[in-house]
Design a protein around this ligand. Sequence first.
Ligand code: PLP
Length: 395
Amino acid sequence: MKELSNITRTVTNSPIRQMFNRALGMKDVISFTVGEPDFSTPSHIVDAAVEALKRGEHHYTPNAGILPLREAIAKSTAHSHGLQYDPESQIIVTAGGMEALMLTMLTILDPGDEFILSDPCWTNYSRQVLICNSKPVFVTVTADNNFQFDADAIEAAITEKTKGFIVNSPANPTGGIAGLDTLKKLAEIAIRHDLYVISDEVYGNLVYEGNQVLSIATLPGMQERTIIINSFSKTYAMTGWRVGFALGPAEIIQKMVMLQENVAACVNSAAQFGAIAALEGTQEPLHEMQRAYQNRRKIIVDGFSKIKGLTCFAPQGAFYALINISETGLSANEFAMDLLARERVIVVPGDAFGETSTCYVRLSFATSEENIREGIRRIGHYMDSLIQGQQLSMQ
Ligand code: PLP
């Protein structure tokens, strides 16, 4: 048989999935791996999709998504961002934020182009850049700077091949939020170097301690070069529905619609009707979930503050906590494997999110308070035995 494509060799499984698979078959495991809400989709959203199916919404929809959904997205974005987008030409409904990102990259990247990502960043970004035969270029972000991009470091990474960069705020895996000063500097760089900016805002509704999320698209001169990515997955506990969307300049969105025609035709039609109900119906279930994440975050931050040898960056948004394990002297991978073997707790080693992130492990707190408390108890126990063992070996 002839060889399979190069892409199949470059693009590998996410280490998050590998970690998850390793724990399959083990009993009494506490998992902090999966980045999806543990809540069910609010019932009024489910009802709207069921009603759509019952009344015969069984067919292909427009490639860009049904117009009432695009109108609802335009209205909600006008409310949250103060920006106007034309539902006819500047909005596309996609199979999750993931497909919105992939279509955006396929639209703006050519083979050999470079695209700047933060290290650490969400695993899939770099793979999507690779699928476009382009090169991910990593710029390290650190806890000292709330995991925000440093403008000088971005500037230093730009070459004539650079097409743009991604701002993910609130961020996976760091929980960091990009502040106004950072965004202003990034906008200035994007305009000066004529770069595209992808603003991944899928965690935009999960924010803590009065932090504010600002979109780079709202800064002067930026709406015309920014593609906003958003999704129903995290906000409304709708990961399995696969509904996301992108907003941007018409010439980009229309090319994405053309790609969509050849990739998936459209998003599942009933799911699109559910998504309208998500935006237009009561927001109380969202507020309840926000309160639950707030409580879980507090348990995590308080819990880790009492564990010797580990440092937890208090997440400003999203539902991830990044723990610095460098004091243990172990690599993130060794730490994660040992913790799983000895305490049956799964965390994701920082290697999954970037080469310079091997001093971190990530915990997703999209799991029950009970699991979080028990998981922290076990991690505390693990650290006690690690410290005792190190002291013994030093004697
Ligand atoms: N962007 C980030 C930063 C994510 O963490 C995820 C999912 O984990 C996505 C986008 C895509 O999510 P979905 O395709 O479910 O909307």
